[in-house]
Design a binder for this molecule. Structure first.
Ligand code: SF4
Ligand code: SF4
Length: 340
């Protein structure tokens, strides 16, 4: 394949446009159900606790997301054209349909729901659309959805669990040939009960769950966004309420809520992003061992794995330099939305 030089001015402007159109990166408010395909519980815990700033995707990647959305729209349009009744947005809000579970902390966005789907008897079904390149398409045919794309299978099952629908129509499109494949998945209650017990264990814990593997080259760790924190001894990069020792996630019927135990008050999203000067790291985010604590001064002292000593506490106790001396990027402005 001929490489396109990345000095191409027109292409670069197009990438910039796609990146700008997608807007500022944002972290999920809760645990995205699409994150649970891996066996690792620690990675979704880090995401839930905002252990890193939201990921900034480059323009090429943003265009790939756009392509996926275009394919999704065409699949849903085609499904309606095939005679099904298709609903993609909540009629009350006009927004994409959302599902919530585990006290509102587990979240997902439905591509749609449909009725009168050819070959499926008289019932509403969840619809999930995905595009695949040729290699993935071939593997989907060979291995089946659950084995080839467990994260997609989990999305389908969890959406059925949270909507009460008993079937999911998984629509796949081959990006190389435009061929379409439909897979009908039946609701598996036992699978979902196990899955949601797992999510509860991630939401309502103050300790980082066990690693899926201690091997740095374990296959699911190689591309993990949290590898440097989990295995590289890197400090977490955010100082929001989510990384604070004083915060507790609480259940709510519609949305997950968070409580500050120090100030005895619920925290809205902006307050969580901002944190306060009383912030103290949850020890599970500090790469070292706690060796002292001074309740009067509000400080905790750690022996870091790199041999240094770190005193965590309010600025008046540890000094502004100490606060600023942590290698932490605290950029709440980057967290602008809710992707689920
Ligand atoms: S590096 Fe591996 S063990 Fe650690 S959070 Fe990521 S997937 Fe889990
Ligand atoms: S002490 Fe401050 S940073 Fe910690 S949870 Fe309360 S408001 Fe958030």
């Amino acid at each position: 394949m001929v490489e396109i030089p990345d000095t191409d001015p027109v292409a670069n402007k197009i990438y910039d446009y796609s990146q700008a159109k997608r807007g500022e990166p944002y972290g999920s408010i809760g645990i995205s159900l699409s994150m649970l395909g891996s066996d690792c519980n620690r990675a979704p815990f880090y995401a839930f606790r905002w252990a890193t700033p939201p990921k900034q995707f480059d323009g090429k990647m943003c265009r790939l997301f756009e392509t996926g959305e275009i394919h999704e729209e065409r699949l849903l349009e085609g499904l309606a054209g095939a005679g099904a009744t298709v609903i993609t947005h909540d009629p009350d809000t006009g927004r994409q349909m959302r599902v919530r579970g585990v006290g509102g902390h587990a979240r997902g966005l439905l591509d749609g729901v449909a009725h009168n789907v050819p070959g499926i008897d008289d019932q509403w079904v969840v619809v999930e659309c995905k595009s695949h390149n040729q290699k993935s398409w071939d593997a989907l045919i060979k291995k089946g959805l659950k084995e080839h794309k467990p994260e997609h299978f989990i999305q389908c099952q969890s959406y059925m669990h949270l909507t009460g629908y008993k079937k999911c129509l998984y629509l796949a499109v081959n990006k190389n040939t435009d061929a379409v494949m439909s897979i009908v998945i039946d609701y598996d209650q036992g699978f979902c009960e196990h899955l949601f017990n797992r999510v509860e264990s991630i939401v309502y814990t103050d300790d980082a769950p066990s690693r899926v593997s201690d091997d740095p080259d374990f296959w699911s760790c190689r591309f993990c966004d949290y590898k440097n924190i989990c295995k590289g001894g890197e400090f977490v990069q955010t100082r929001s309420c989510r990384t604070c020792i004083h915060v507790t996630p609480l259940a709510h019927k519609d949305y997950g809520s968070w409580q500050c135990e120090k100030h005895s008050k619920p925290l809205n999203r902006d307050e969580q992003l901002a944190g306060c000067e009383g912030h103290l790291f949850n020890p599970c985010f500090v790469p070292g061992e706690q060796i002292d604590a001074d309740p009067d001064a509000g400080t905790i002292t750690y022996a870091l794995d790199n041999g240094e000593t770190f005193i965590d506490g309010p600025p008046e106790a540890v000094g502004e330099d100490e606060k600023a001396g942590r290698d932490i990027t605290d950029n709440p402005e980057n967290r602008g939305g809710d992707n689920a």
